[in-house]
Design a protein around this ligand. Structure first.
Ligand SMILES: *Cc1c(COP(=O)(O)O)cnc(C)c1O
Length: 308
């Protein structure tokens, strides 16, 4: 039995659309561990358990770590999550709720990740946060659900970090023969590794991440995401951190769901997308969610970003 749930799909009246257009939200924020990641990581963990792995190791203090911990709890497998010192107290608290062993190691993700990899042995599965085909096919199930509902959108808006979600959404579109459905990939300006790569025509590694949207903070997207995006003709756009955070606040009021700025990025683009009021008939927004945000943190970001 899959570890993820089939999420609600609801129409939203809060976006600026033409009279005969609609915006539909795929509410991945309502997945039990807080984001779409459980669709892919849950499927991967089940597969690794099936082939005989006996524990999981992950190096994400974000939603990939949450999903791995949650999956381990349900599969009764021990999970170790190695996180960098920058990880919030809230994230660590959540990981512990899901019974994960949390090891805080190193100043950034790179150090945490190499320590995590040093813990691997034959019986241990390494859970990558985005670069694993098992994740992508798991993510594609969200598009299967939309297709099964009878909806065929003209456009899909989603956020991009390392590109796992994008790989999965493209895979889902292909599976449903939706090759003409436009895909808009949104990043924050300081984390636009996909956008810069598409513009350059080759994969670009950012020197550093300069964005509060930590779940989008991959310095380089995975090879497959870059290739699939190019082949599919994905449109890449960016929003500012302030726009992403403001969209989170607006969405909280509109739909009473709290999401991370990583998800706010896609929402921010949708809130201001002029093509929706002038042409595109139906838009699907992947509300990818994010568990590590608190209302207090959102308010702090909003204040400090608005000041600059
Ligand atoms: C992981 C994540 C993303 C980015 O997904 P990628 O597969 O890394 O592109 C976006 N939003 C949230 C909330 C996430 O957890």
């Amino acid at each position: 039995m899959p570890l993820h749930i089939e999420t609600p799909q609801i129409e939203s009246p809060f976006f600026d659309t033409a009279r005969d257009s609609s915006v539909v939200l795929k509410l991945e924020a309502l997945q039990p561990p807080g984001s779409f990641k459980i669709r892919g990581i849950g499927a991967a963990c089940e597969e690794y358990a099936r082939v005989g792995k006996q524990r999981f190791v992950c190096s994400s203090g974000g939603n990939a770590g949450m999903a791995a911990a949650y999956a381990g709890m349900h599969l009764t497998m021990p999970v170790t999550v190695v996180v960098p010192e920058t990880t919030t107290a809230r994230a660590i608290e959540l990981l512990k709720h899901y019974d994960a062993d949390v090891i805080v190691h190193g100043p950034s993700w790179a150090e945490a990740d190499s320590y995590a990899r040093s813990l691997l042995d034959e019986k241990t599965a390494y859970i990558h946060p985005f670069d694993d085909p098992l994740l992508w096919s798991g993510y594609a199930t969200m598009i299967d659900e939309v297709a099964q509902s009878g909806l065929r959108p003209d456009n899909i808006i989603l956020s991009v970090g390392g590109g796992g979600l994008l790989c999965g959404v493209i895979e889902g579109c292909r599976r449903s023969n939706w090759d003409d459905v436009a895909i808009t990939a949104v990043e924050t300006i300081g984390a636009s590794s996909l956008g810069q790569s598409i513009r350059a025509g080759e994969r670009i590694e950012l020197p550093a991440i300069d964005s509060i949207a930590s779940s989008l903070g991959a310095k380089i997207v995975c090879q497959e995401a870059f290739q699939r995006a190019q082949r599919y003709g994905v449109e890449s756009v960016t929003v500012t951190d302030l726009e992403a955070v403001t969209a989170c606040s607006r969405f909280l009021i509109d739909h009473r769901v709290l999401v991370e700025p990583a998800c706010g990025a896609a929402l921010a683009w949708a809130y201001k997308d002029k093509s929706m009021s002038s042409g595109r008939k139906s838009t699907l927004i992947i509300v990818c969610g994010g568990a590590t945000v608190t209302l207090g943190q959102l308010q702090v970001w909003e204040k400090s970003l608005a000041r600059n």
